[in-house]
Design a protein around this ligand. Structure first.
Ligand code: ADP
Ligand code: MG
Length: 794
């Protein structure tokens, strides 16, 4: 480990847009209760809580305040990007979100309703880490992911294999804390998964989220009472050295703080809070002790006891709070009047957290395996040198380097020269003979730069020094056939690489048909490769939306936080356990014919569903984003091809004769090529992440549609039965007023019409009743024809 340095925990505040949480009654006057002094102060005017109370003013300073309009991207850039930089430098980092239930913790950490722009800091961090790791050529990096949930002092592995015989959280493997001999704590039974690319990483995140949601709905435990911790482990090894850095980035989405906050604010002893959510209660205690410690002289700080061990969560966060970790906190703030006192509490808590000082250091060490490898190589070189010295002066003449040795020396010389003038790197080739060859190569380079090239005297001519084909490679002169073959092979390899990138990005656009829809009746694998239905995303414009009146009210309500635009673009989130809320189409407006199983009806009912689906606009916008990314990737790929061709031409020109202008242009082309390549690599990651999001949305769309369809069907069946029974009663009522004979005749006719659905039904003489009776028969016949056992949907 390197030298330790102090790190004050950074605190950020974020105001949730008033009205964005459908569970909390929207108010138009929210802006009267708070204001933000950009960039880092919030003033809260909390309304009186009792008749004897008066309005209470509070002013809080953060490291940065995000207002209600702040987009996820900005939150990521300010709150999370520095943590990513820290982690890649080898520091540990933690970001934790604190606030009452519904204040926007999960929205900030994980994201909104699945739309790409609304993804939270966790998926963005994974993307950025991959981009940065890919760019960094000095370090080789690997990533592992683990995800756990803490509920009532028990830990569960959200990425563990669920047991078959139990449900919800209890089906997931339990995680226990264990002390090792050095007193360090370990999470026993918590799985870690290697993520080789962004798709793997996002898959783990979504699997964990899925388990989180399933657990909270199936067990009816409040997700607001559990904490979730996503840990990204990064291992970096320095190229050509035995140094390794092992760091981690934790994301902690804490349980809702309301109970702790309420009891605290009311001055009630925290016993109740202790029972309800002991870990948050102990978190407050830990923070208080740490804040107190931070105020003491350094020499006395060790005397302050920090009660980490009282709860599992504080034990796990021990490093993040007061230990070796660069921690940041996000206080989620709700500004509806009923939430303000909780928000005051969260801000108080944040202020205390902001006083805590951690001692952090880069987690760098020697990798024993690499160290052994290096020492063995050094030994070999030393033995060789001893041998050479023993053999005396004539040794170099007597010994010849093998082609492998020559290639190794060439590579080292290239890398030594490539480091530039300012770099103090050493040229370590391993033996005296190799050093001689290296010097010969370098002399040849110098001469060739002066247009006076000649091959090294004692060795075969240096094989091509152009070990990187394409514009990034040095100019080659007088190459042999073998060298040219090698060059061609490398060029082909580059071509193939670009080809892979290009075809990968073009798959994204092709896999998702735009507009219209197709139902794969055969059940074979559709375009998204997930089997079953293959739904296209009909592009929905805001004026074609189907919105019921309640939702329309909700959408047009002035949120009081200047979020009208947002509200217009957002449909209410579905209510958990109510599949009908997935779509704004009122099932009562549908008929049996709509739910018929023929292809045409299926297409049309799906289209109706999709138009009213709460995520339709987001999906359409994500798809548009994907198309945009795909098309810029294509543009970049063709720019790359052009640059490569230009560089080949320039090289050919240089082979015919030196020209400073051509040489200059070649240098520019090289630089442009490197830049374009990097951009294309970043676009690939963005593309994969977007495509992953859309794939997931598609599969959820399918499940959501099936859930909604079954529920809508039940509604229609129930209304069919109701109408039928009303029809019967009304028919009986009208029969009383007729003669007995006429009544018997009508009954006979009605029974006979049951037997034959096409037969003519007798009139009751009452038009409404006749219509109801007719509707009943029609519905019953439809139901028979599309019974669940035969229907496509069940
Ligand atoms: P918490 O995790 O703190 O309980 P959530 O993150 O689940 O709260 O947020 C509650 C609701 O408010 C969700 O429907 C969420 O989509 C919405 N919401 C929260 N923050 C924002 C925001 N910044 N912009 C838009 N909607 C938000
Ligand atoms: Mg939450």
């Amino acid at each position: 480990m390197t030298k330790k340095g102090a790190w004050r925990i950074e605190v950020f505040g974020r105001v949730r847009p008033p009205g964005s949480n459908v569970q909390i009654k929207a108010r138009s006057d929210c802006s009267e209760y708070y204001d933000i002094e950009y960039p880092n102060v919030i003033n809260i005017r909390a309304p009186p809580r009792g008749s004897a109370d008066s309005e209470s003013h509070h002013r809080y300073k953060f490291d940065h305040m995000f207002d209600a309009q702040t987009k996820q991207e900005e939150v990521f850039n300010r709150l999370c990007r520095p943590s990513i930089e820290n982690v890649l430098e080898g520091y540990n980092a933690t970001i934790f979100a604190y606030g009452q239930t519904g204040s926007g913790k999960t929205y900030s950490m994980t994201g909104g309703d699945g739309g790409y722009d609304e993804r939270g800091v966790m998926p963005r961090a994974l993307e950025t880490l991959f981009m940065e790791m890919k760019k960094n050529t000095e370090w080789n990096s690997e990533m592992w992911v683990s995800y756990m949930q803490l509920y009532l002092e028990k830990g569960y592995d959200l990425l563990g294999k669920p047991a078959r015989d139990s449900q919800g959280l209890e089906a997931l493997p339990r995680v226990h804390l264990l002390d090792d001999e050095d007193g360090a704590l370990h999470c026993k039974n918590l799985s870690s998964h290697r993520a080789d690319d962004i798709e793997d990483a996002l898959e783990f995140l979504w699997t964990g989220d899925m388990n989180r949601t399933t657990a909270s709905t199936s067990q009816n435990n409040e997700s607001s009472r559990s904490h979730c911790i996503l840990t990204i482990h990064i291992r970096q090894s320095r190229v050509g050295s035995d140094k390794v850095r092992i760091s981690k980035l934790n994301f902690v989405d804490l349980a809702g703080s309301e109970r702790v906050a309420k009891t605290g604010a009311d001055g009630v002893i925290l016993q109740q809070a202790k029972y309800i959510n002991s870990s948050l209660y102990y978190l407050v205690q830990v923070i208080d002790a740490l804040a107190k410690r931070a105020k003491m002289p350094r020499s006395q700080r060790d005397e302050v006891h920090i009660p980490y061990r009282n709860s599992m969560m504080t034990s796990i966060l021990r490093d993040s709070l007061g230990g070796n970790c660069r921690t940041s906190m996000l206080a989620a703030i709700a500004v509806e009047p009923g939430c303000l006192w909780e928000s005051v509490s969260s801000c108080n808590f944040a202020n205390r957290v902001g006083e805590i000082e951690n001692m952090t250091s880069i987690n760098e060490q020697m990798d024993p395996k690499l160290l052994i490898k290096r020492l063995k190589a050094e030994n070999r070189a030393l033995r060789e040198e001893v041998q050479l010295l023993k053999e005396g002066e004539g040794a170099s003449a007597a010994r010849v380097l093998t082609p492998d040795d020559e290639e190794l020396v060439q590579q080292r010389v290239d890398s030594y020269i490539g480091k530039g003038v300012g770099d103090k790197g050493t040229l370590d080739v391993g033996s005296w003979l190799k050093l001689q060859y290296a010097l010969t190569l370098m002399r040849q380079r110098i001469l060739s730069d002066h247009g006076n090239a000649s091959p090294p005297a004692h060795h075969s001519p240096p094989s091509n020094t152009d070990n990187v084909a394409g514009p990034g490679a040095p100019v080659v002169r007088g190459a042999t056939d073998a060298e040219l073959d090698k060059l061609r092979a490398l060029l082909q390899q580059r071509d193939a690489e670009i080809e892979v990138l290009t075809s990968m990005v073009s798959e994204g656009g092709g896999g998702m048909p735009s507009g219209g829809m197709a139902v794969n009746n055969s059940g074979s694998t559709g375009g998204n490769g997930r089997g079953g239905f293959d739904y296209g995303i009909p592009l929905v414009s805001s004026d074609t939306r189907v919105v019921n009146s309640d939702q329309a009210q909700q959408l047009t309500r002035d949120s009081g936080g200047g979020r009208k635009d947002r509200a217009r673009a957002t449909r209410p989130a579905p209510v958990a356990g109510d599949p009908l809320s997935l779509c704004s189409v009122d099932p009562k407006t549908l008929t049996e014919a709509d739910l018929s199983s023929d292809t045409e009806s299926k297409n049309s009912i799906f289209e109706k569903f999709f138009h009213g689906y709460y995520r339709s606009e987001r999906m359409a916008s994500d798809k548009a984003n994907l198309n945009k990314v795909t098309s810029s990737a294509k543009t970049r790929a063709s720019a790359l091809r052009r640059l490569k061709n230009e560089s080949s031409e320039l090289k050919a020109m240089l082979q015919e004769g030196d020209d400073p202008e051509v040489r200059q242009r070649l240098g520019d082309v090289r630089a442009l090529y490197a830049e374009e390549r990097e951009q294309l690599a970043s676009l690939k990651i963005e593309h994969d992440a977007l495509k992953g999001t859309l794939d997931r949305q598609m599969s959820e769309l399918k499940t959501d549609f099936q859930r909604w369809y079954s529920a809508a069907r039940k509604v229609i069946e129930a209304s069919g039965h109701r109408r039928a029974s009303e029809a019967r009663h009304s028919s009986q009522r009208s029969s009383l007023s007729s003669s007995r004979e006429a009544s018997r005749e009508r009954e006979r006719s009605r029974h006979s019409s049951h037997r034959s659905r096409d037969s003519h039904r007798p009139s009751t003489g009452h038009s409404d009743t006749d219509a109801d009776v007719e509707a009943f028969y029609k519905a019953r016949d439809q139901m028979k024809r599309t019974s669940p056992s035969r229907g496509a949907y069940s």
